[in-house]
Design a protein around this ligand. Structure first.
Ligand code: PMV
Length: 313
């Protein structure tokens, strides 16, 4: 009998970029994120003669999934599995498909194989596959930091129901994986050490801002964290420049909306898409403004969602 789980992508407001040189895929920076609704990875698992993977309906082999299954099998009894996973949004284009994918996969395998993992364990295992996946185990506002590097829920989606307008500027898959990009940055960016040190401070300040639901303070911290991460990316050798002209034009548009008094801030991950985080009443106006930016292919407005969960078994 098949078991199916769903998980949503999350977007870091305080970014994770860089790994500690120790086993366990331990981030070099703490991070704080929001889990989205609407966008989702749906993953089904069932026993099979050998491991197989269907991603969005296509047979694939995936080294990350294979080594994740190896890791689980070192600690649990997990038989060969047929895994089917699909995303209702572009895969690997800076919309955090690995976060929702591994959160859904961990949740489906846990239930299907009766591993009886706690939420902490699910987050811990998901992190070992993809750092950001640890956070998609929970909904709403989520923190991931020292000492355990297990996600911690801060506020659920109803406690501060912000909206996110996503502007898609390019749907091509990224060519450099996050892991490769992070090690390149650690080895070559002149700004990397400062990034790691200051992110610890930003993370603590963002906790306070979230607890106080202080939009302006969170906006300041989140935009700065995003710009610092991209400064590290662009000063890595070779440089990783993810922005397109439309990405920059969206930043300018958001700056204009802020000047007009709208509660909105931007964030950008390892891809060219812009995510405009805002209060619900301003979302339609922000979506309209971003849709009109030349080079924006489409916009989608989503809210904050729930954590990973089993939807059929
Ligand atoms: O989880 P990974 O290994 O795909 O890395 C995610 C890195 C960023 O999305 C750029 C930032 C973050 O904290 O999600």
């Amino acid at each position: 009998m098949t078991t199916t789980a769903s998980a949503h992508p999350n977007i870091a407001l305080i970014k994770y970029w860089g790994k500690q040189p120790v086993p366990g895929n331990i981030p070099a920076t703490p991070s704080l994120s929001i889990t989205l609704d609407t966008l989702e990875s749906v993953t089904s698992v069932d026993e099979a003669a050998e491991d197989t993977l269907l991603l969005n309906g296509e047979a694939r082999s995936d080294a990350k999934i294979a080594s994740y299954l190896d890791l689980l099998r070192q600690n649990f009894d997990v038989p060969p599995l047929k895994i089917e996973t699909s995303n209702n949004f572009p895969t690997a284009a800076g919309l955090a498909s690995s976060a929702s994918g591994f959160a859904a996969l961990t949740t489906a395998i846990d239930q299907h194989c009766d591993l009886q993992m706690s939420l902490d364990q699910r987050s811990d295992y998901a992190r070992q596959a993809s750092g950001s996946a640890a956070r998609s185990i929970y909904g709403g506002f989520v923190a991931l930091g020292e000492p355990d590097w297990i996600a911690e829920p801060l506020l659920n989606s109803e406690e501060w129901p912000l909206k996110v307008v996503i502007a898609i500027t390019d749907t091509r898959q990224k060519t450099v994986s996050s892991s490769e990009g992070m090690s390149r940055s650690a080895n070559t960016s002149a700004f990397y050490d400062n990034w790691v040190t200051t992110t610890r401070e930003d993370y603590l300040a963002a906790h306070v801002a979230v607890r106080n639901r202080d939009f302006d303070q969170l906006a300041l911290l989140a935009e700065n964290s995003c710009l610092k991460m991209h400064a590290v990316m662009t000063t890595s050798i070779p440089a990783m420049i993810y922005w397109r002209p439309a990405t920059v034009a969206c930043i300018e548009t958001i700056r204009g909306l802020q000047t007009d008094g709208l509660k909105v801030f931007f964030t950008i991950d390892a891809g060219p898409q812009i995510k405009a985080v805002c209060t619900p009443e301003h979302a339609p106006q922000i979506a309209e403004a971003l849709s009109a930016v030349p080079g924006v292919m489409s916009t989608t407005t989503v809210g904050l969602g729930a954590g990973a969960r089993v939807i059929a078994s």
